[in-house]
Design a protein. Structure first.
Lengths: 456, 98
């Protein structure tokens, strides 16, 4: 009787998760989506605790309290730290899967069948590499680790041999599950591979990598479902896995790159910077001059990028938005899918600053608006605005879909200096006749604009 | 392979297709909350960890299981909380500031 109840609880819980994702698709129903997810989780955990084979509640209580005590502060981090937090949470998810997999292996290594052992091996390989890879990604995002790609000779060969060896050991273990000494070796190799995988990844590729790690963590949980013969785990893990997959495909498409290129293509980007000649002319303007242009503009499109997040300029941008709206200007925000350090990063920051979400435009809608815009104001975005992506076949970003900022009547770019951005690619936008360079820190300069605007 | 394993594979494949259809419909506006929500959902791994830790068959499995329970709980609690915080921030034009 009890067992049937648990299965029913799991079934309803799986339904809750599916509805939860369905309702998250649009803002008006998103809150309901989250609450439904909570209900599903409560039902699943509650149902599990009714399982008569669970007897030792004291450890469980302590572990659950400890986990919650870490979880709450992680949920209260400022929005600018969300990419790091997301990376950390992937590490925790993968850690749980890897530990459960290892414990199951230790319990059942004499009686496990090949099919279950295959799932268990996949669980541990995916989980293991995701733990260290996510920690590395979090370190880079928090800038505890150097954010530049770290490259060394024969890097790809070394990385792939480490992974290859882990997979070989995994295959051997599937055939001979009793060879338990090899199990920790496999886990260790995966942990090392996770570190190696992220070393050559630069900041601009973080959105793709975070999405990919999301997918791995989900698949690992799904494999755990096979090992424990638990369909709820299989479903929830598969939902997470496909979500990460879709997001990384969207991110890759937005950069016109392939998975292999993101993961193994850090080479060659660095030397591009060396050849750039700083001879071309550009025009710069002061905050007052820029404010004059903004005052007479009928429509302004703001293009935010990672620079806005770093400078924490979103609240100042909100003040600017308010002033412009008050004087009757139409203000929208153009958001490139890979702007920032994770999918949707800019939207969350702007929402945090209380900017209505119906003023945020996706790339395609924004691009049909730029030709009618009086001013395009670029705040901390670079490569996603580079017109070279459209026509310069020799440019490393050729073919990447970009925001057509250059079609606006006047382009203003807030930038610290003329130094090329992260990828080291010179942006020809900066040398156009209609472009005004506004030199300064994103937050500081927007504050000056705000001060200069109500002038008369 | 037993029939149980086959039906598990069916569930996995169908859930993946369902996931792809569901996620494709999510507005790019909400991609960040989407990541934290799916992360919280896959923290359902806590269920597996609870069983392992709660049965306390060997010392090793109890220790590994308990750590896994704690790690998964971080995402259960943290994941839903931050997702709720994030989706509550999105406001329509003209909506009252809170």
């Amino acid at each position: 009787m009890n067992e049937h109840f648990i299965h029913l609880a799991y079934l309803v819980s799986a339904g809750c998760f599916i509805l939860s994702l369905k309702w998250l698709s649009a803002v008006p129903t998103a809150r309901r989506g989250v609450l439904t997810g909570v209900a599903g989780m409560a039902l699943a955990v509650g149902g599990t605790l009714l399982d008569p084979t669970i007897e030792h509640f004291r450890y469980l209580g302590i572990a659950m309290v400890v986990g919650s005590m870490i979880g709450v502060p992680m949920a209260l981090m400022p929005m600018t730290a969300v990419p790091q937090r997301t990376a950390l949470s992937h590490a925790f998810g993968a850690l749980a899967a890897t530990l459960v997999g290892s414990a199951e292996y230790a319990l059942r290594l004499r009686i496990i069948d090949h099919f279950t052992m295959t799932a268990l091996t996949l669980e541990v390989i995916l989980g293991g590499l995701t733990i260290t890879a996510s920690l590395m990604a979090a370190g880079k995002l928090q800038e505890v680790l150097p954010t530049r790609p770290m490259v060394f000779k024969n890097q790809n060969y070394i990385n792939l041999s480490v992974l290859g060896l882990a997979v070989l050991i995994g295959a051997y273990l599937i055939l001979n599950p009793g060879a338990w000494l090899l199990f920790p070796v496999m886990v260790l190799l995966c942990l090392i591979f996770g570190v190696l995988l992220i070393m050559p990844i630069g900041g601009a590729d973080m959105p793709t990598v975070l999405a990919l790690l999301n997918s791995y963590a989900g698949l690992s949980a799904s494999m755990m479902g096979f090992v424990l013969n638990n369909k709820l785990l299989i479903i929830a893990g598969a939902l997470d896995g496909s979500s990460g997959l879709i997001l990384s495909i969207i991110m890759c498409r937005a950069m016109n790159r392939s998975f292999t290129n993101v993961l193994f293509g850090a080479f060659g980007q660095v030397q591009v910077a060396a050849g750039a000649v700083e001879q071309k002319n550009y025009r710069s303007a002061s905050a007052e001059e820029a404010a004059d242009l903004l005052r007479t503009a009928d429509s302004v499109i703001i293009v935010p990028g990672y620079g806005m997040a770093v400078a924490q300029a979103q609240h100042k941008v909100r003040e600017l938005f308010d002033l412009l709206v008050k004087q009757g200007t139409k203000v929208t925000f153009a958001i490139h899918p890979v702007a920032g350090r994770m999918p949707g990063h800019m939207n969350v920051l702007l929402a945090e600053a209380d900017i209505p979400y119906d003023n945020l435009l996706e790339m395609e809608d924004a691009n049909s608006e730029f030709p009618q815009a009086d001013v395009a104001l670029v705040i901390g975005a670079n490569d996603v605005t580079n017109p070279a992506a459209r026509h310069d076949k020799s440019s490393p970003i050729y073919g990447m879909p970009i925001l057509d900022v250059d079609k606006a009547r006047t382009v203003m770019v807030i930038k610290r200096s003329m130094n090329p951005g992260f990828a080291g690619i010179d942006n020809e936008l900066y040398y156009m006749d209609r472009t005004l360079m506004l030199f300064g820190d994103a937050k500081g300069f927007v504050a000056e604009l705000v001060k200069a605007l109500p002038g008369d | 392979m037993t029939s149980e394993m086959i039906s598990n594979l069916y569930v996995f494949v169908l859930a993946t297709f369902l996931g792809i259809e569901l996620i494709r419909r999510v507005s790019p506006l909400l991609h960040t909350p989407l990541m934290s929500l799916t992360n919280a959902i896959s923290a359902i791994a806590v269920v597996g960890a609870l069983v392992i830790a709660g049965r306390a068959e060997t010392t090793l499995s109890t220790i590994l299981g308990s750590i896994a329970v704690a790690a998964a709980m971080v995402n259960v609690v943290g994941g839903y909380l931050i997702t709720y915080r994030m989706v509550s921030m999105f406001k329509k034009r003209g909506a009252k500031k809170s």
